[in-house]
Design a protein around this ligand. Structure first.
Ligand code: PXP
Length: 247
């Protein structure tokens, strides 16, 4: 069975649109609460919760992550940049896993995989620190041989293959090639002993093909689930995605 990690950042984006100045300490009237949403996702069948604590704190806040970290039920996957500040934060929080992502202030959401060849030293520093602390590291990379082979050398147990290019090409001529690229990357990663996750741009339509990528362990999905939840509620949005993933 393929597992589902729900990325709840967009819930915090909505909250921050109204309450950026008020902060989370204003009491129970600040809505929507991403932690409450995380519980609802879990109740509906999500296997894990993903949040990205960005340097500019544009959506998820430190307090959100702390509350999720204290939760007895949440399997927390913390997306983070390879910075000393985030290493310290993660070692204190001890999430189940961290996912290393590129981070640029201009992008609206994460736009490309982390180039671990270019950032080898930084990535090595984080994977070493997390391995020593018993926190699993996932590397969010494009499905390219060079990136995958180095991921295995750096002893990150997981990779998350970036499905964004595939999702963008879904209605165009490049779709088959992007799909093959993901399948090839997944096979290579699996053969190198890596656990294969995938994410970005996965939705209720392309999931029919995404789920046929070999060796998938977990998919991380945010935008489409939160969007669907506006119409059908989060319980239905999560359970429907889980059903489609494993149809
Ligand atoms: N995986 C990673 C590493 C991400 O940064 C994101 C959010 O950009 C996602 C998965 C979820 O992507 P989406 O919101 O497009 O489902």
């Amino acid at each position: 069975m393929i597992l589902l990690g729900v990325n709840i950042d967009h819930c915090a984006t909505l909250r921050q649109a109204r309450y950026r100045q008020a902060g989370i300490t204003m009491g129970g009237n600040i809505e929507p609460d991403p932690v409450e949403l995380a519980f609802r996702c879990e109740m509906a069948g999500a296997d894990g919760i993903t949040v990205h604590l960005r340097e500019d704190r544009r959506h998820i806040q430190d307090q959100d992550v702390a509350r999720l970290g204290e939760s007895k039920t949440t399997r927390l996957n913390l997306e983070m940049a390879c910075t000393p500040a985030m290493i310290t934060f993660a070692l204190k929080l001890k999430p189940h896993s961290v996912c290393l992502v590129p981070e640029s202030r201009e992008e609206i959401t994460t736009e490309g995989g982390l180039d671990i060849v270019k950032n080898r030293d930084k990535v090595q520093r984080v994977t070493d620190a997390m391995n020593a602390a018993g926190i699993k590291t996932s590397l969010f990379i494009d499905p390219d041989a060079e990136q995958i082979e180095l991921s295995a050398k750096l002893q990150a147990p997981w990779v998350e293959l970036h499905t964004g290019s595939y999702a963008n090409a879904y209605y165009g001529a490049g779709r088959a090639a992007e799909y093959q690229r993901l399948c090839g990357g997944a096979k290579l990663a699996h053969a190198a002993g890596l656990i294969v996750n995938a994410g970005h741009g996965i939705n209720y339509i392309n999931i029919a093909e995404v789920r046929t990528i070999p060796h998938l362990h977990e998919l991380n999905i945010g935008h489409s689930i939160i969007s669907r939840a506006l119409f059908s509620g989060i319980d239905e949005a999560v359970s429907e995605m889980k059903r489609l993933m494993n149809a």
